[in-house]
Design a protein. Sequence first.
Length: 158
Amino acid sequence: MDRLSAAQRGKVRRASAPAPSSENENAELNVVPFLDIIVNVMMFVLATVAITFTSTAEVKPPSNKPSKTAPTNLAIVVVDDGFSVKTSAGTVANVPRGDYAELKRVVASLKTSPEDKSVTITASAGVRYESLVATMDAVRQTDDGKDLFPDVAFGVVR
């Protein structure tokens, strides 16, 4: 067998080597790193979402049953400095803030018939939620457990 010269060996090596391919030929987009980032972001978002728990109070809308006596149309407006108790006749009383016993006494004096059960509570924007709940509790029952105005509806300040 004849031995190949260095030039011949170089020519054979170049001929048997794979041809250099261009950059655009058979190019594929590797989406695995992109999907890894998306999954990590989703896990982070799900782990840091603030879950809010809210409590609800069952509220019944006023009924359209005809009554024998004229309804009181009781409305209580809760503002920063207290309560304004109103009926269809106008403003009945202004009660200082936090005096729920006085509010309960005023509302009890306005109860004219057992059929009159609805009250509309309206609050200004600065009133705390706890104050609104305490107002609802004060007008629902007397201290001895008798119903005052158990059907509470919420009004909107205009």
